[in-house]
Design a protein around this ligand. Sequence first.
Ligand code: GRF
Length: 207
Amino acid sequence: MESNIKNLAVFVSGTGTNFQAIQEAIEKDEINARIVLLISSKPGVKALDTAREHHIDSFVMDEKEFASSGEYVNALSRKLSDYKTDYILLAGYLKMIPVRIIGDYRGRIINIHPALLPKFGGKGMYGLNVHKAVLEAGEEYTGVTIHIVDEHYDHGPIIAQEKLKVRKGETPEELQKRVLKIEHQLYPRVVKELCRGKIRPPRNKAV
Ligand code: GRF
């Protein structure tokens, strides 16, 4: 493995199949990085088991468990710096990233979204809600978007998108499954490019 290996922190709130797909690509030497840290906003989720199986340090960090939001941000910031984090990958993370962390890691936090942003993004647009909304709107296409995280939900510069044709009569669950399959291929590919320094988002562009 080449030198200049990047340290990744992955943030999750649930199952973590994207986290797993990225870890598996790393284990196959397809990405010059290691996941040093998993942060979950919820206890008891499957992603935490996956982290354990792969010997990845993990922490549950729920803002509500801290005395103040300042303490929460300090604790999160300390963790990221203790693990010498280069990039933060959001993979099904349902909380807002604190503004200070976005500033400290400007252009180095990315998110995956199961639709073609800017459509079907924003508050409440997660999980099956996204696919239900796509079907209800009668969209011909949906897909996957990977973007740089800024201070707004599902909003920063888009760095990759892949389209998928919606099938007649398919259920939200079926659509979710097909979209997720694309996510598991696209996210590792984008992370690979990111770690090679091939994705250079506009810096200091707080919107
Ligand atoms: C994915 O659909 C992702 O696009 C969205 O949340 C879901 C997470 O799935 N942000 P998983 O936890 O990676 O299985």
